[in-house]
Design a binder for this molecule. Sequence first.
Ligand code: GDP
Length: 206
Amino acid sequence: MTAEPLTRALFAKPVRFVAGVATMEQFPELTLPEVAFIGRSNVGKSSLLNALVNNGKLARTSGTPGATRQLNFFNLNDVLHLVDVPGYGYAKAGKKDVRKWQGLLFDYLRGRRQLARAFVLVDSRHGVKEADNDMLELLDDSAVSYQFVLTKIDKAEQLEEVQQKVMAVAAKHPAAHPSIITTSANEKLGIDGLQDAVIEALVGRL
Ligand code: GDP
């Protein structure tokens, strides 16, 4: 329980790194609700996480796509955990690495009762790709609620078309939230909408 009403002011509160998890045995026994951020490598996840909490250092932006292979847990003011899930779909990743990563992710998603919602980030210039579909299947199988977030809309040339297509994908997946969020970390667009969605996901969990 929290005495504080949940508002966007939460995202200006202190955030601290709790754990980086590379194997199932290391998953921390956390009781706070959490939201996870998932997407293809280079989708702009680190930048968006930093914009979400207004913190330049929370998630290091990746110089080497696909380099981070652990789930990073951040505690936001003892209210919730933000979970930064390593990017998938990096072309140069070896098969063994991909299998290991999928196993880790499945272990995490399966039965993670704290997980209130997963945000699936999609680059607004590219739309939903094959690697995303594999991810959606995993989320569907794990019965995790998720919501699409379009990233880098400052660079999108056919935003409306991509938006329609992603909404059509969402409509086909019962676990997907019907509305999608459009963002640009660079231009700080849609960040309030993402904050509201995190709060919405937490309602009833605190
Ligand atoms: P991650 O690998 O998913 O964590 O992605 P990063 O946050 O490291 O970003 C990948 C690349 O996309 C970097 O070159 C960023 O500068 C760029 N990027 C991230 N967010 C935006 C955005 O909102 N707009 C634009 N134009 N570029 C972005």
